[in-house]
Ligand binder design. Structure first.
Ligand SMILES: [Fe+2]
Length: 244
């Protein structure tokens, strides 16, 4: 199923990438990562999930379309299979320097697609805060990019004794960004009319436990800011199993 991923990963110099990741306070950008067959699979997934795009608008903070893991499970299971791919997880754990777990079944962010397809779609400066007992790592994979949108970021904002260091990248189809969500301050700059950008995000954890209160806060945030109440809470009412 990995469609050339094993081979692509074998070409990478893991110790060198681990050093870069550490030196940048748990951040790495690779403009080329996924092999072409997987990029093509993601493009097809974008077509499949169109009916489930949830548009949201939070004045001053974010505007765009999102498709949660629940919709991806139903319409594009190959994306879910990539999220669970053992080779990919081993590589990411190697970068992080610690074991990583998948996000629980009721976390709509575990894997999600983000759409920047209307003028002004963006997300303002933020951290990918972990509501879990452990760290939350974000993997961003470029799917389509016919846009001027940039991922602006600041490294070392929470590293004692270091000055923040600004950077800015575009993520081409198949490109990778991987970071510790509580360490990287970042944003996506607004798209212009006629532009189109789609990115995929995978979330991995070091300890997937979460208090019921943390889960409620996280779900409310996801409902307002990302996926809508139907995708976040509707699943629960329908009896979706929760992982332990
Ligand atoms: Fe983010």
């Amino acid at each position: 199923m990995t469609q050339g991923l094993d081979e692509a990963l074998r070409q990478l110099d893991l110790p060198h990438l681990q050093r870069r990741f550490r030196d940048q306070s748990a951040f790495l950008y690779l403009p080329q990562f996924l092999p072409p067959p997987l990029v093509e699979m993601l493009r097809r997934a974008v077509d499949e999930v169109q009916p489930d795009i949830n548009r949201n608008y939070l004045p001053g903070h974010k505007q765009g379309g999102s498709v949660s893991r629940h919709a991806i499970d139903a319409r594009a299971p190959a994306v879910a299979a990539l999220y669970r791919d053992a080779t990919l997880k081993r590589f990411l754990a190697g970068l992080a320097g610690e074991p990583l777990e998948e996000s629980p079944a009721d976390d709509p962010h575990a894997y999600a697609l983000y759409f920047y397809t209307q003028a002004g779609d963006h997300i303002g400066w933020h951290y990918d805060t972990s509501y879990y007992a452990g760290r939350r790592y974000t993997l961003l994979l470029g799917v389509m990019d016919e846009s001027s949108c940039r991922l602006d970021y600041e490294l070392h904002t929470r590293t004692p004794g270091r000055s923040p260091e600004a950077g800015s990248v575009q993520i081409p189809p198949g490109g990778l960004v991987f970071f510790d969500g509580d360490k990287l301050r970042h944003r996506i700059t607004p798209s212009k009319a006629g532009e189109r950008r789609v990115s995929l995000t995978f979330e991995y954890l070091t300890d997937a436990r979460m208090s019921p209160w943390g889960r409620l806060i996280s779900n409310l945030k996801d409902s307002f800011a990302y996926f809508g109440f139907r995708q976040v809470f509707g699943r629960r009412r329908a009896g979706t199993a929760r992982s332990p």
